[in-house]
Design a protein around this ligand. Structure first.
Ligand code: NDP
Ligand code: OXD
Length: 306
């Protein structure tokens, strides 16, 4: 069995030795143009040439949860595309989102500014019932985030395509219930996959439906959000602020207004990082399962796009 590794911006060495430790005797190497064909690929944002040269792949393992970039490419016909299935990401995402929600709710940015001025001042406590949180996307990451936020006693809404039952979360489903979800939400968290149905979903019309004083946390993909619409709604006062971890162009260009907007907090696509050891163990386990003819979790539905 041969595995090829093709992950942009990733130091291949520790990954290759990790796979060799997990799958003794495996033939694994970093891809270079003209390399021999492999049975399985471990990838992140590979070039089309890589896939064109590997028509016989049986499995393509993405070292991230989102497969939007991969699905833009022409894939080998028989290859299953397998996404990372948590692998330590959901706890990071829950930490990140809870931190952003609480920082906003408790006005910690304001306290930091006061303290920098040597000012000892209290702000009036706010009611968490006035800050219902809505999580769009209730998959591997969104469900964990919704459950985690609910532990702080915020009212939590969730929205997904097919709906599911989650303790402590009021679940809305499908396009017909999006309006109701937004009207019931003040702090909006985006954890959708990027697909043709969800691209540009957070536009002026949609964000206007959030409760006044709304707050946006985008931790999914930059192309879910229409940048100029967010800025217009922040400037009009309908929205109070945003925490943005993902952007249409990454790294976020130096001249982009998000960097300097006083109501926007920017982080560099770091809310849930791929953890190497967990990812190697998960992918190696799945490759061995596929070799035995067993099903594996996290296989992407190419028609749905996630
Ligand atoms: P999943 O595929 O597990 O879950 C996707 C969820 O979105 C499902 O609940 C699905 O509904 C819902 N959904 C999909 N399409 C629609 C739609 N048209 N309308 C309503 N709901 C929809 O994804 P994950 O939770 O693992 O990850 C979500 C995204 O987070 C990734 O695709 C990636 O882009 C991003 N991400 C960002 C990271 C970062 O560091 N910023 C790190 C990791 C991931 P249903 O349950 O009905 O299928
Ligand atoms: C992912 C990401 O999709 O890091 O895993 O964004």
């Amino acid at each position: 069995m041969r595995i090829t590794f093709c992950c942009s911006q990733t130091n291949a060495g520790p990954w290759l030795s990790g796979f060799r430790a997990e799958i003794p005797g495996v033939d694994i190497s970093e891809w270079a143009a003209g390399a021999p064909e492999a049975d399985y690929a471990v990838v992140w944002a590979p070039p089309q040439q890589f896939l064109d040269e590997q028509p016989g792949l049986r499995g393509i393992f993405n070292i991230g949860a989102g497969v939007d970039a991969l699905l833009q490419l022409k894939l080998p016909p028989a290859a299953k595309v397998v996404r990372l299935d948590d692998a330590g990401m959901s706890v990071q995402m829950a930490e990140f989102v809870c931190h952003a929600v609480i920082r906003h709710f408790r006005e910690f940015d304001g306290y930091e500014q006061d303290v920098a001025l040597g000012k000892w001042s209290y702000r009036k406590p706010r009611l968490r019932t006035d800050f219902p949180v809505g999580v769009m996307g209730l998959g591997v990451l969104g469900e964990r985030v919704a459950r985690s936020v609910a532990q702080f006693d915020f009212p939590v809404n969730g929205w997904s395509r097919s709906g599911k039952s989650i303790d402590g979360v009021r679940v809305f489903c499908g396009a017909s219930q999006l309006h109701g979800f937004l009207a019931a939400t003040r702090v909006l968290v985006c954890l959708l996959p990027l697909t043709p149905d969800t691209r540009d979903i957070m536009d002026h019309e949609m964000l206007s439906l959030l409760r006044p004083g709304g707050y946006v946390i985008n931790v999914a993909r930059g192309a879910h959000l229409v940048d100029s619409d967010l800025i217009a709604l922040l400037d009009s006062g309908h929205l109070a602020g945003a925490t943005l971890d993902v952007f249409r162009t990454e790294p976020l260009p130096a001249e982009h207004p998000f960097w300097r907007h006083p109501k926007i907090t920017v982080t560099p696509h770091t809310s849930a990082r791929t953890l190497r050891e967990e990812s190697i163990a998960q992918i190696a386990g799945k490759i061995l399962a596929l070799q035995r003819g067993e099903p594996v979790a996290g296989v992407v539905d190419l028609a749905r796009g996630y």
